[in-house]
Ligand binder design. Structure first.
Ligand SMILES: [Zn+2]
Length: 298
């Protein structure tokens, strides 16, 4: 049976899935490899797991990477995986899987997968924001993904929103994802000595007894702010939230929407942009990576 393997390199875990014969198989994530040696080992493990699972004839591999991925697939700048920015990943994938590999930005992959589930909005102008260790977005127009001049659009997690703000792995300060991601909440918990608390628990405990009010309020403010900025630039009809952290956000969505409405220009005259939570969460990127093989132009 022919199959396509989809991989999504998150800042913390590598998610992967197999699409074969109209069926989808999701595997348990493994830690994200951070250098070339670890990458070879991780991919060999992925191949072993896939082969053990079914007798599959792999025909292609799709890969989502967190950062600047040029059209044609070369990874150029991966803030969370700097050592992988410099390796010839395409060659390593080819050597291990023995089939061609196609690369794209992870958020673009996640966006394609979410919209395949829910269908495009009426105008086509929308963004799918993936929130996990970091934050990225896929920007859509009526023709599909609006990739930009080099294919780098949607790197919104690295929009600078605070002068002299928190340091970011991209080498600068004040990036949006330093205020609005699982990674940013993790950093603040660690700094406060709360290593015992999982990021997901922050939202659960806030819903139950209003614990972590400051953390949750900051997160919601900055999510509302970022969405307001995106709507100001792109006049979006819809914003879809995905990625692992989106699982935790149903309870805070009214708070996010309220900050968004305070911060967006001309809220009273705009048609209100819909903000909703997708359905694929941490697996959106890996699933979307398999779709790189459905694209006409690759
Ligand atoms: Zn940054």
């Amino acid at each position: 049976m022919d199959g396509i393997l989809g991989l999504d390199f998150g800042g913390t875990t590598l998610k992967f899935c197999l699409a074969a014969d109209g069926q989808l198989e999701l595997f348990d994530p493994i830690p994200t490899p951070k250098d070339a040696v670890a990458l070879r080992l991780a991919l060999a493990e992925v191949l072993k797991l896939v082969n053990a699972h079914k007798s599959i004839n792999l025909t292609g591999v799709g890969i989502g990477l967190p950062g600047l991925v040029a059209r044609g697939g070369k990874a150029l700048f991966l803030p969370h995986l700097m050592e992988l920015s410099t390796v010839d990943a395409a060659q390593i994938f080819q050597n291990i899987f023995k089939v061609p590999a196609r690369f794209d930005n992870d958020a673009n992959c996640a966006g394609m997968a979410e919209l395949k589930e829910i269908g495009p909005c009426e105008s086509g102008y929308e963004a799918v924001i993936g929130i996990g260790t970091g934050l990225g977005a896929a920007i859509f127009g009526p023709g599909g993904i609006a990739g930009g001049f080099s294919g780098f659009s949607g790197e919104v997690g690295h929009m600078c929103i605070e002068r002299n703000g928190r340091r970011c792995e991209c080498g600068r300060r004040g990036c949006w994802e330093q205020y609005c991601s699982a990674g940013s909440i993790r950093s603040q918990l660690d700094a406060a000595g709360r290593v015992d608390v999982e990021v997901e628990d922050v939202f659960r405990r806030w819903e139950v007894n209003s614990e972590f009010e400051d953390l949750v309020d900051e997160f919601c403010f900055y999510l509302g702010l970022g969405i307001a900025n995106l709507v100001a630039i792109l006049d979006l009809e819809r914003v879809v939230l995905t990625g692992g952290l989106a699982r935790c956000l149903a309870g805070v969505l009214p708070k996010v929407r309220s900050h968004y409405l305070e911060l967006v220009e001309g809220a009273i005259v705009r048609r209100e942009s819909e903000i909703l939570i997708g359905s694929l969460f941490e697996f959106a990127g890996a699933l979307g990576a398999t779709y790189l093989w459905n694209l006409v132009d690759g």
